[in-house]
Design a protein around this ligand. Structure first.
Ligand SMILES: *[C@@H]1O[C@H](CO)[C@@H](O)[C@H](O)[C@H]1NC(C)=O
Ligand SMILES: [Cu+2]
Length: 187
């Protein structure tokens, strides 16, 4: 687990790729790290871990690995499409990464309620979402809206980008990857 202080320190030194600053909401100090592009699972078209339980005030940090992935918030009902109304998060295409490294930057969101958060990778070259590159935070484990079902429903969809400017991130913030200062190779 990464201390919240290192996240805040890292975000202060940022390159300003994204407009959203860290939310002023109270934080628990808990950071969940999710790795986009695991080289072992599903040919790298994978978020690891792809099913996370997080509390209100926790942070979720996406670390990008090899290839050129994104993370986009979606609904369960419309896989591979952004959440309606433009309210969801989007990392933007800002993280092309060399094999066996992590990107120099990460994308962090804050959990503000306990509703399920569905997300996918919007890379169309190679149809990442249709091939199962998706995940969930706070799935309702009593219901039938499962991640397996989301992936099944993804297969015949067409990926939609949240905005015409595919680098325009929203709903979270881009900041220096704290792992790079801790011995992880970054590119
Ligand atoms: C990343 O993917 C996007 C969308 O397919 C593409 O426009 C962009 O050129 C890619 N970047 C690199 C460095 O490959
Ligand atoms: Cu991807």
């Amino acid at each position: 687990m990464i201390a919240i202080t290192s996240i805040i320190a890292a975000s202060a030194a940022i390159i300003g790729l994204t407009s959203a600053a860290p939310a002023n909401a109270p934080t628990t100090g808990v950071v969940h790290n999710i790795f986009a592009g695991s080289t072992t699972a599903n040919g790298g078209l994978h978020f690891e871990p792809e099913n996370v339980v997080a509390e209100v005030g926790d942070l979720v940090t996406f670390h990008f690995q090899a290839k050129n992935h994104t993370v986009v918030q979606s609904s369960f009902d419309k896989p591979c499409e952004p959440l309606a109304g433009g309210a969801g998060f989007f990392s933007g295409f800002n993280f092309p990464t060399q094999p066996n490294t992590e990107n120099l930057n990460v994308f962090t969101i804050q959990i503000t309620n306990k509703d399920p958060i569905w997300y996918y990778c919007s890379q169309t070259v190679g149809d990442h979402c249709q091939k199962g590159m998706s995940g969930v935070i706070n799935q309702n484990f009593d219901g039938d809206k499962t991640l397996a079902k989301y992936k099944e429903n993804s297969v015949n969809t067409k990926t939609v980008q949240p905005s015409a400017d595919i680098k325009a991130s929203q709903g979270g913030w881009i900041h220096a990857n704290p792992s790079c200062a801790q011995g992880i190779q970054c590119s």
